[in-house]
Design a binder for this molecule. Structure first.
Ligand SMILES: Cc1cc2nc3c(=O)[nH]c(=O)nc-3n(C[C@H](O)[C@H](O)[C@H](O)COP(=O)(O)OP(=O)(O)OC[C@H]3O[C@@H](n4cnc5c(N)ncnc54)[C@H](O)[C@@H]3O)c2cc1C
Length: 334
């Protein structure tokens, strides 16, 4: 056996679970397919500046996560970005009305959260290690990586989005795979647009009912000191638009989103200096905010499956799901 607990995915759920299991004295190994940590809490360096192309900000409601955010703030990982977001509804842009909830962001980008959780884990992280399939051999999990490496473990925690976890388990744990069928995700086409520096009178606009564009984020306002000459906006397409245009050319998608952003804001946003497009296939859980809890079973070998989808979505949900999954595994391994 290579490890007692194998965790697939170094998003916030996998990293938080790893930290708790390691603190409980367990032997843990984390496999992550990409180079970076943090999963969908993702930041790209663009023109030498951080730009959040996945999660935009986060909120904290449960006392446990509020305490975690306080620790991150003290360590300089995140800061309170804004309390009020604009809203576009019924054809009009509305100024914020509710200032009760702080929204947090990270000066160095949302990937800072993954670095903050993953840094202290030391050498239990294996990046660029994509799992292709699982088998159970002599009562133990055996992961086959894309490059042919094998990893054996007594128990397994899967944290990729449900459809990806399902594909990994279809043959070995069909019951768990079937349960995952109930959890769907929405895709999201995300466009970043860079402009010469200009005044933008809002931090973000939410448009949850729009059929084209549900979010316009003023990314620069999270770290104004780093963007002396530029203004960067992040646009998120609505789920229906993202499904219909999943394979459309980058220029077409960007033009449609920028046109809609111009209509919503009454600003001319149709001629950016530069754009990039990120096609998220599994961006947000479609299940809404009701926590379903991790899937846990002991046959054919101890297994937990968790992620934002199992705790109401979002950054906070992913972090809480890591806690739940770690607890489930500790009970199963008692
Ligand atoms: C466009 C967008 C906007 C969002 N906006 C917000 C927001 O404003 N506020 C908010 O709170 N949340 C937001 N979210 C949601 C938030 O990012 C997620 O809820 C959270 O990051 C999910 O964390 P997770 O650990 O559950 O999953 P993930 O972050 O998806 O982590 C899963 C990890 O598994 C890895 N993986 C997958 N398959 C394999 C494999 N075969 N082998 C090895 N590794 C694998 C992936 O690379 C990934 O790192 C947004 C997400 C997107 C995409």
């Amino acid at each position: 056996m290579d490890t007692e607990i194998l965790i697939v995915g170094a998003g916030l759920c996998g990293l938080h679970a790893a930290a708790r299991l390691q603190a409980a004295g367990r032997s843990v190994l984390v496999l992550e397919k990409s180079r970076g940590l943090g999963g969908r809490a993702a930041t790209r360096r663009w023109n030498n500046m951080p730009v959040d192309h996945g999660a935009q900000f986060f909120t904290a409601k449960s006392p446990e996560f509020v305490a975690q955010v306080a620790r991150w703030m003290e360590a300089g990982v995140c800061h309170e970005w804004t309390r009020g977001l604009h809203r576009f509804s019924s054809g009009q842009l509305h100024a914020p009305e509710d200032f009760a909830h702080p929204r947090f962001a990270c000066r160095a980008g949302m990937a800072s959260l993954g670095r903050a959780l993953g840094g202290p884990l030391g050498d239990i992280m294996r990046r660029e290690s994509k799992v292709s399939r699982f088998a159970v051999v002599d009562g133990q999990w055996q992961a086959t990586l894309e490059d042919g490496r094998l990893v054996r473990s007594r128990s397994l925690l899967l944290t990729p989005p449900p459809a990806q976890s399902r594909a990994l388990l279809a043959e070995t744990a069909p019951m768990a795979a079937q349960e995952l069928d109930r959890h769907h995700s929405w895709p999201c086409l995300a466009v970043a647009a860079c402009f010469s520096r200009r005044e933008i009178p809002w931090q973000g606009i939410q448009a949850p009912d729009d059929k084209v564009l549900t979010w316009i984020g003023h990314d620069t306002s999270k770290r104004p000191e780093l963007h002396a000459g530029h203004t960067i906006l992040m646009l998120h397409a609505a789920p229906s638009f993202s499904i219909t245009n999943a394979d459309a050319p980058e220029g077409e998608i960007a033009a449609a989103l920028l046109r809609r952003a111009s209509e919503m804001t009454s600003l001319d946003l149709c001629s950016p200096l530069e754009i990039f497009l990120q096609r998220w296939r599994y961006a947000l859980p479609a299940s809404g905010e009701t926590p379903s809890g991790p899937i846990a079973q002991t046959f054919p070998a101890p297994l937990a499956i968790a992620g934002d989808w199992s705790h109401g979505g979002r950054i906070e949900g992913a972090w809480m799901a890591g806690r739940d999954a770690a607890e489930q595994l500790l009970v199963m391994l008692r």
